[in-house]
Ligand binder design. Structure first.
Ligand SMILES: Nc1ncnc2c1ncn2[C@@H]1O[C@H](COP(=O)(O)O)[C@@H](O)[C@H]1OP(=O)(O)O
Ligand SMILES: [Mg+2]
Length: 346
């Protein structure tokens, strides 16, 4: 049966299974307690979970789709170590295989596809979440002292948060054809639900253009204007763009994947981030799923990003995403011209 299913649908179905496995790796690293944090740059961390989840995703997808160009966030310095055999996922999500395929994607070949992988979006929230899992206050304080760049103010705000910010962490697998995100997966390793009285952890959201979305219950935007934005990468430009939105409420959360989930689930209406910092792997999967649900993701100037393999990785001109075209235009028209100018010269 599998061979008659179009390639793009098989790739999406495998990405769902692989993202679930990567999510389990992320939880396992956290449970072991040794995050192996490395500072890649200013406000930019990498952990053992980022490295291992990426190895799992790239090894699994390239074993099944050897000619697909897969680009991951992490450099993976330790690629010479053998990958544990249970990290190579050969399963595929059977329900996704039955979803149908838009006619313009039916003839797509492996060589036409670029997959953008963020193995762990929301790394700051993941490492800060680790602090909150330390129940012993002395152990927690010791971990804080060795954690890169958390101010005492943040530490106190973390103590007041219930579960840290682990729900903000996602695994992102975005599938692009002809430079456009056409399908994607957002996996949330720490999402908690009760199904038939039984506790479940983790969920996987998917979308494919013209077919639709799944793995969650879509909801209309809130009546009030709720904007979602960064909690860990703000700066004066980000704040300026927020001020002019005339929002009823501003939510500050981690990760591009989590913010787009808030749009999909009716928690927020617009995502505004008027700064460089996000990269192609942060926005490819969220853009694919949001547009499959009727939304729109562009830069702050209103231009779509391109996702060809040779495109530069940074999204220098920020992110503007909304649940529909009207809300996107509303936000775009409010961004001051001088801010657009400053960003486009970066
Ligand atoms: N200044 C930055 N440096 C590094 N990564 C950034 C920066 N700004 C944004 N990002 C990436 O974009 C995602 C969304 O940004 P934010 O959480 O600030 O809204 C972050 O989780 C982070 O991805 P990652 O956690 O995968 O490194
Ligand atoms: Mg990211």
């Amino acid at each position: 049966m599998t061979s008659t299913v179009p390639l793009i649908v098989r790739l999406l179905a495998s990405s769902v299974s692989v993202a679930n496995r990567a999510g389990k790796i992320i939880r396992d690293v956290m449970s072991k307690g040794e995050l192996g944090i490395v500072e890649k740059g200013k406000d930019d961390l990498q952990t053992e979970a980022d490295r291992s989840a990426q190895r799992c995703i790239i090894a699994s997808l390239s074993a099944q789709f050897p000619k697909v160009n897969i680009i991951g966030e992490e450099d993976n310095p330790d690629t010479e170590d053998e990958i544990p055999s249970d990290w190579i996922v050969i399963d595929t999500d059977k329900d996704i295989l039955n979803i149908g395929c838009p006619s313009n994607l039916q003839g797509v070949k492996e060589e036409d596809i670029v997959v953008w992988v963020d193995p762990l979006d929301g790394t700051s929230e993941y490492t800060q979440g680790a602090l909150m899992l330390k129940r012993d206050p002395w152990e927690r304080w010791k971990m804080y002292l060795t954690h890169p760049f958390i101010s005492i103010k943040w530490y106190l705000s973390l103590l007041q948060s219930n579960y840290g910010f682990l729900e903000h962490v996602t695994v992102l697998i975005g599938i692009a054809v002809n430079e456009k995100p056409v399908a994607g997966v957002i996996h949330q390793p720490y999402y908690k639900t009760l199904i038939g009285g039984e506790k479940k952890i983790g969920r996987t959201i998917w979308g494919i253009q013209e077919v639709g979305v799944g793995g969650f219950t879509p909801a209309p935007p809130p009546d009030a204007l709720v904007i979602t934005t960064t909690r860990s990468h703000s700066n004066p430009m980000v704040e300026k763009a927020l001020q002019v939105m005339n929002a009823n409420q501003i939510l500050r959360v981690g990760g591009a994947g989590y913010k787009v989930l808030q749009l999909l689930e009716g928690v927020a209406s617009i995502y505004v981030f008027a700064s460089g910092g996000c990269k192609k792997w942060d926005t490819c999967a969220p853009e694919a799923i949001l547009s499959a649900a009727g939304g729109k993701l562009t830069d702050i100037l209103g231009n779509y990003y391109k996702y060809g393999a040779s495109e530069s990785r940074p999204n220098k001109t920020g992110v503007l995403a909304a649940v529909n075209n009207d809300l996107h235009s509303y936000a775009l028209n409010r961004i001051p011209e001088e801010l657009k100018d400053t960003l486009s010269k970066k």
